[in-house]
Write a protein that binds this ligand. Structure first.
Ligand code: URA
Length: 209
């Protein structure tokens, strides 16, 4: 069973307060989302395996550790997921970035993929799916499903704020996927917004409304 990790670090909690605040403008919101994503990268990579290599310091030869041959892919779900890419890339500069765009069909309510561009070797990469908000879990499960259909083997999902409903949906649909969140909020409202949440993450990142 995949794990659900809540990153309740004081730095993350502090920054979360300011992205929740409706008076925080787009510039500061973007910076904070980037910083939170950077801090989350630290925990998401905690299980990476290390190998020992020999190096030479100015003083002597010594053995030291490096991350062993990890191939990573970041996959932001358009559009709000884009806000998390730069922060993650700061810590994981060698990661390739794929993009998935989804919209909800107004008749069937099913997520439809309208854009998908991924690294060719996604089957060999550890993929980190990025979306700041995990609400109903509809887009997250659709994105994970599309990645698996294209051969993805190893997927982690990173959200800043999640609703309990979304977490349950991802856990029950894809029990192999680990979920990393900064906060599990109370519930969804009747418009599928997270309560208390932060409103529409895409609108707040890009100043649209
Ligand atoms: N997407 C958002 O941007 N905000 C929510 O509260 C739910 C989904």
């Amino acid at each position: 069973m995949g794990k659900v990790v809540v990153l309740d670090h004081p730095l993350i909690k502090h920054k979360l307060t300011f992205i929740r605040d409706k008076n925080t403008g787009a510039k500061e919101f973007r910076e904070l989302v980037k910083e939170i994503s950077m801090l989350m990268a630290y925990e998401v990579t905690r299980d990476f395996t290390l190998e020992e290599i020999e190096i030479e310091t100015p003083i002597c030869k010594t053995k030291s550790q490096i991350i062993s041959g990890k191939k990573l892919g970041l996959v932001p779900v358009l559009r709000a997921g884009l806000g998390m890419v730069d922060g993650m890339l700061n810590i994981l500069p060698a990661a390739k970035v794929g993009h998935i765009g989804l919209y909800r069909d107004p008749k069937t309510f099913k997520p439809v993929e309208y854009f998908c561009k991924l690294p060719q070797d996604i089957g060999e990469r550890d993929l980190i799916v990025l979306d700041p908000m995990l609400a109903t879990g509809g887009s997250a499960t659709a994105a994970i499903g599309f990645l698996k259909k294209r051969g993805a083997q190893n997927i982690k999902l990173v959200n800043i704020i999640a609703a309990p409903e979304g977490i349950e949906k991802v856990k029950s649909t894809y029990p192999d996927v680990d979920i990393y969140v900064a906060s599990i909020d109370e519930k969804l409202n009747e418009h599928a917004y997270i309560v208390p949440g932060l409103g529409d993450a895409g609108d707040r990142l890009f100043g649209t409304k």
